[in-house]
Design a protein around this ligand. Structure first.
Ligand SMILES: O=C(O)CCC(=O)C(=O)O
Ligand SMILES: [Fe+2]
Length: 201
């Protein structure tokens, strides 16, 4: 009962603001799960490529480890690794939570990648829905926050911009414009994945 009430209020918050930021006390992922995600997604520097243009030509400066590449059917770059990550981030209980938050029918993960932003690096302003109309929302798991800078800026159409720094997990509506501010010190590491409605045929 209590849990249903909490999930209901998460859905209301998401509907009203287009995003949900979890802290360390209400994080949907346990510290062990986040440590495991970090281990799986971040361990091998050779898998990261430097990217300087985003999907919609926005300027970015980020190292990306592509895990699940979207297309007619999402394709894993390393099936074992991606299965291990999906076993955490797309476990039945987690999918049920995303569905509740998005007030959606069954959802699937269509794209997943890890990001590292070193000092001076950033991700320019964009909308994820312009990468694919299918996306309902992005989920960003903070694996290592920057020591300074690297805030996540959201630009709602009808409200002032807001800047999020201390989240563990962030869910943002794919229509919402956002950017990641330049990292001023330290390294910012995240796992990002995108949710779409499951196709029925
Ligand atoms: O790593 C992040 O914080 C998410 C970056 C982002 O907005 C994106 O990849 O679309
Ligand atoms: Fe984005």
């Amino acid at each position: 009962m209590m849990r249903e009430v909490i999930e209901e209020s998460l859905a209301n918050q998401f509907r009203q603001t287009g995003y949900l930021a979890f802290g360390s006390h209400d994080c949907p992922f346990s510290p062990e799960e986040r440590a495991r995600i970090r281990h799986l997604a971040m361990n091998d520097p050779d898998r990261f490529v430097v990217v300087s243009t985003g999907d919609t030509d926005e300027a970015v400066s980020v190292r990306v480890h592509r895990l699940l590449i979207d297309g007619d059917r999402p394709r894993a770059t390393d099936a074992v690794l991606v299965d291990a990550l999906l076993a955490i981030v797309a476990a039945p209980g987690k999918l049920a939570l995303y569905e509740k938050i998005l007030a959606s029918e069954p959802v699937v993960v269509r794209r997943m990648q890890a990001h590292v932003l070193a000092e001076g690096e950033f991700i320019g302003r964009h909308r994820d829905s312009e990468s694919s109309k299918r996306y309902l929302a992005a989920v960003i798991v903070q694996l290592n926050p920057a020591e300074a800078g690297g805030g996540f800026a959201i630009y709602p159409p009808d409200r002032p911009a807001l800047f999020l720094h201390d989240f563990t997990v962030l869910v943002t509506d794919a229509e919402l414009e956002h950017e990641v501010m330049p990292v001023m010190a330290g390294r910012r590491c995240t796992l990002a994945f995108w949710l779409a409605r499951a196709e029925t045929c």
